[in-house]
Design a protein around this ligand. Structure first.
Ligand SMILES: [Zn+2]
Length: 415
């Protein structure tokens, strides 16, 4: 990406920095060389800088979505896995551009995206958020990433090689270790495993436990050897408890968690990544978008417990990161997770889930999700105060006149 030529000085901003509880009025922020150079409540002098008076508008860190699938171009994931790679790549570029234009400057992909997409972004071939990948998620035969139905007799090997597949299959401790090592080799920054049944897969009811304890423990060891962690797809209390006991760090979804398990998560420092919006979208649009009937039948098993799970985890003090998990045309609902969570959580906590707490989960604290000296200049300008109205973050970026990634405007309609 070309660097912004001259420094940019934002003045008179109401700062939501991801740390303080309230927006701080009268903030000044200097951006130079792609990073935040200075933050002050007093005027900053910067020779040669372009000065942008925000006149009290909100300036906050670019948003972070910690659970996306940028290659999920249609709701039927089995069919998605069989699309030509080039079609998936071009559609994925569009999906990611949509995310960026909603103010998401970083997204963590939980299965499917490959290092080639990361390279395409870094090379400036496509305009997209920073992309943090796990490569293909790892599932047992018949688990949540086994997209073959009960009468499909193909060998599973094709999944690991297709861009449109969310996951790959491994059975047994040795195969799990090999799959994790292979994903790390292919550029994964963490390991994603399917340790519970799922909605968008054909042969695994929600309550199914994915992998043996020995397999999960081996996958965790492989991730830790590579200086990273395991994120696991989990719904039921039993599955979450087992996974956290085995060392899983990032608990995806967590809809059916109970207080005792939430306290265990807190004890072990595990982080949750709820994704409530996807169940609302699947409920409303899934069937008409081609989600197979076996999947539609499972939605309410997890959807109805969503808000309660947030309250249980908040009470236990579990850190929660922002996630959405949307598929195909449902991606346009990505920002509605803010409003859903706002029904039971204070707005500042919801915003932190997509800024400071998300950065913590990505192990990029101080680098993204904050307005602080030395951080990446990933910034959004919001008309009004999202702390009093989280819906300002929705509507496809309509209330965001400016979006900046790494010091470069990807949207600028400030005048
Ligand atoms: Zn997912």
């Amino acid at each position: 990406m070309p660097k912004q030529a001259s420094p940019i000085l934002f003045t008179n901003a109401a700062l939501i920095d991801g740390v303080a509880d309230e927006a701080r009025p009268g903030g000044h922020v200097l951006v130079e060389g792609g990073v935040i150079r200075e933050v002050s409540d007093r005027p900053i002098t910067a020779r040669g800088a372009r000065v942008i008076d925000l006149a009290g508008r909100t300036l906050m860190p670019g948003l972070i979505d910690c659970h996306v699938h940028v290659i999920a171009t249609i709701a039927d994931l089995g069919a998605n896995a069989l699309l030509p790679d080039a079609i998936v790549a071009f559609r994925s570029a569009q999906i990611m551009r949509g995310m960026l234009m909603r103010g998401f400057t970083t997204v963590r992909d939980l299965g499917g995206a490959t290092h080639a997409l990361v390279e395409a972004i870094e090379e400036g071939l496509i305009e997209a958020p920073r992309l943090v990948i796990c490569g293909k998620s790892i599932s047992q035969t018949g688990g949540h990433a086994d997209l073959r139905g009960p009468v499909d007799e193909r060998d599973f090997g094709y999944q690991a090689r297709r861009l449109g597949a969310l996951g790959r299959i491994a059975d047994g401790v040795d195969a799990c270790r090999a799959a994790a090592r292979d994903e790390i080799r292919r550029g994964a920054k963490f390991i994603k495993i399917m340790a519970n049944g799922g909605v968008a897969s054909p042969t695994d009811p929600i309550a199914f436990l994915g992998f043996s304890r020995e397999e999960i423990t081996a996958l965790v060891e492989e991730a830790q050897n590579a200086q990273t962690y395991v994120a696991a797809h989990l719904y039921t209390d039993e599955a979450i408890r087992r996974a956290v006991e085995c060392g899983v760090h990032s608990v995806e979804h967590a809809n059916l968690i109970q207080p005792k398990t939430a306290r265990l998560m807190k004890e072990r420092g595990a982080i949750a990544c709820p994704t409530l919006v996807t169940f609302e979208a699947l409920k409303n649009e899934g069937a008409s978008l081609g989600l197979p009937p076996a999947s539609v039948a499972k939605i309410d098993d997890v959807r109805l417990a969503g808000l309660e799970s947030l309250e249980i985890m908040r009470k236990a003090g579990v850190t929660m990161a922002y996630g959405t998990d949307l598929l195909g045309p449902m991606h346009r609902h990505q920002s509605e997770e803010f409003v859903i969570r706002g029904q039971v959580l204070p707005a500042i906590e919801v915003i932190r889930s997509a800024t400071r707490d998300a950065a913590k989960l990505l192990r990029m604290e101080g680098e993204i999700g904050t307005i602080a000296e030395g951080a990446q200049a990933d910034l959004i300008v919001v008309e009004g105060n999202p702390l009093s109205d989280l819906a300002l973050l929705t509507h496809q970026g309509a209330h965001m006149p400016a979006i900046m990634k790494a010091g470069r405007f990807v949207k600028e309609e400030l005048r």
